[in-house]
Design a protein around this ligand. Structure first.
Ligand code: B12
Ligand code: SF4
Length: 451
């Protein structure tokens, strides 16, 4: 499911429009044609993050050439690079920022064949000119929105073990690589940026959704679930009584103290995902603009262990300005906090962010492409560390934290070219074990194979 698309659809349906989803992960002209010919839409809405933009362009070109439908695009990529989106053949309009009421207004005007060129949030092409409308204020009362339209995604395989929700929008921090800093700038003066749904509204949605979609766990995708302690207190009172399912959420170090961790535990949080990103103070504070200290990080992971919450750390390597020694600091910090699980990704700058501008201005952006954070390749050529070294640390990162004794062995395997084969083999063993073993046996195997 994509929350953005699900919200857009919910608002359109509430106002009497009909929607259907084409959800391609790759370019499949036959699938797209079949969907369009069955549903016979009057227009097409495309939502795209930056990594999907090339795919979006192909689909837009195809639909435009074959069906000449009006096509508008929105989402993260159009928000950070509307100029590039405006240039795409077949695109009629580009939506910047929050899209629910912008799209609704556009659709209504289009349907009535009225002038839509002044719809806020949109840029439109008109008589060889581009009309750039301002954004409208952010939706302040999130409870006023209908619940996201999950039915739109019925029929599209969901392999996850959890059912997803979001209780808030926006994050107040300033990380130099994140969309939130970009959005804070776009929306300066257009209303409160961080907004929470009421606990009751969120719980009502969860109850409604659980009637139809069964799931053992819940996953909250909020940027920082733990931002608002007053909200968290109310949530921790009501969620266990009304829902009572284990859940996973994201937390930011500065928002986590003993009280909030106790509240999380009390409410049923089993896993907390925490961005550590770098174990080096200079990289974390000066380059990433994340002002927490190593001591705070260590303390939060300690508190999670104390209260029985599994804490996962997320880390990045290959950050602009980072050296080999800095990566070793990140490994060292993870050894100290010993997270339950670890995410490691090679840093990729996204357009619109400060770090992207710095990389661009310094000529550090290479022509290597990746389509996910988790690909073992950097898109950058950095003066402080070679691409080969970044790939090497990516491969041995988890091993260096969980099984340092095996690192020399892994180095040997990398040298003779057998490492990737072995890791692939072990992941297959892990997948196999998940299918056929008891929970206890699984836990033991997972612990051993944490690489
Ligand atoms: C939750 C989340 C995920 C979840 C998605 C779960 C889900 N069910 O939706 C998971 C973990 C799967 C995920 C995966 C990835 N994510 Co993510 N994710 C987010 C996060 C935290 C929130 C997104 C969200 O749901 N927001 C709430 C909804 C309501 O907002 P929205 O999606 O922006 O949609 C609104 C507007 O954009 C607009 N809109 C959207 N589409 C359209 C279309 C039209 C026509 C119109 C008019 C308007 C419009 O209206 C919507 C409603 O207001 C954002 C950070 C953020 N705060 O945005 C990162 C973020 C979107 N993710 C990011 C990335 C990089 C990824 C991955 C590529 C990571 C990877 N695997 O390598 C994948 C790509 C997945 C994909 N194909 O989309 C980046 C994208 C950066 C970029 N420039 O593209 C972000 C911005 C984080 C960051 N680094 O800053 N992600
Ligand atoms: S804390 Fe997370 S969501 Fe908030 S600005 Fe930083 S990276 Fe973005």
């Amino acid at each position: 499911m994509s929350f953005g698309t699900a919200y857009l659809s919910a608002v359109l349906k509430k106002e009497g429009h009909q929607t259907s989803l084409i959800c391609p992960y790759m370019f499949n002209p036959t699938g797209v044609s079949r969907k369009i010919e069955d549903f016979k839409p009057q227009m097409v809405v495309v939502s795209s993050v930056s990594d999907q933009f090339e795919l979006s362009k192909k689909i837009i070109g195809f639909i435009y050439d074959k069906y000449s439908l009006p096509i508008v695009i929105g989402g993260v990529h159009p928000t950070v690079d509307p100029d590039e989106c405006m240039d795409v053949r077949g695109v009629l309009g580009v939506c910047i920022g929050e899209g629910e009421y912008a799209l609704l207004e556009f659709v209504d005007l289009l349907e009535k064949k009225k002038d839509y060129s002044r719809v806020k949030n949109f840029w439109f092409k008109k008589e060889n000119k581009i009309i750039k409308n301002t954004v409208r204020p952010l939706i302040q009362d999130l409870d006023s929105l209908p619940f996201p339209d999950r039915e739109l995604f019925d029929g599209y395989a969901d392999t996850s073990n959890e059912i997803e929700f979001m209780g808030s929008r926006g994050c107040p921090y300033q990380c130099s690589y994140c969309i939130n800093k970009v959005l804070q700038t776009i929306y300066k003066g257009y209303g409160k940026f961080v907004r929470f749904r009421s606990v009751d509204n969120l719980l009502r949605e969860i109850k409604e959704v659980l009637k139809k979609y069964k799931s053992p766990k819940i996953l909250f995708h909020d940027d920082t679930f733990t931002l608002n302690k007053v909200w968290l207190r109310e949530f921790s009172e009501k969620y266990p009584k009304e829902i009572g399912k284990p859940y996973i959420a994201n937390g930011r170090i500065e928002t986590l103290d003993e009280e909030s961790i106790k509240l999380l535990k009390k409410s049923g949080c089993i896993e907390l995902k925490i961005g550590v990103e770098s174990g080096n103070d200079r990289v974390r504070r000066k380059i990433l603009d994340r002002q927490m200290t190593n001591e705070r990080i260590i303390d939060v992971f300690r508190l999670c262990k104390k209260y029985g919450i599994l804490a996962t750390s997320f880390n990045m390597i290959g950050i602009p300005g980072e050296t080999e020694e800095d990566i070793k600091d990140t490994i060292e910090l993870n050894r100290r906090i010993m997270p339950f699980r670890m995410g490691v990704s090679i840093f990729k700058p996204y357009k619109g962010t400060l770090l992207y501008t710095i990389c661009k201005e310094n000529g550090w952006i290479s022509n290597r492409k990746v389509s996910s954070y988790f690909e073992a390749r950097s898109t950058l050529n950095l003066p402080t560390i070679s691409h080969k070294k970044i790939k090497y640390y990516y491969k041995i990162f988890k091993l260096s934290v969980y099984h340092p004794i095996l690192v020399q062995f892994a180095k040997g395997l990398i040298f003779i070219g057998l490492y990737d084969f072995l890791v692939g083999f072990l992941s297959r063993v892990r997948r196999f074990s998940v299918k056929f073993l008891t929970r206890k046996q699984k836990d033991v195997i997972m612990k051993i194979l944490k690489i």
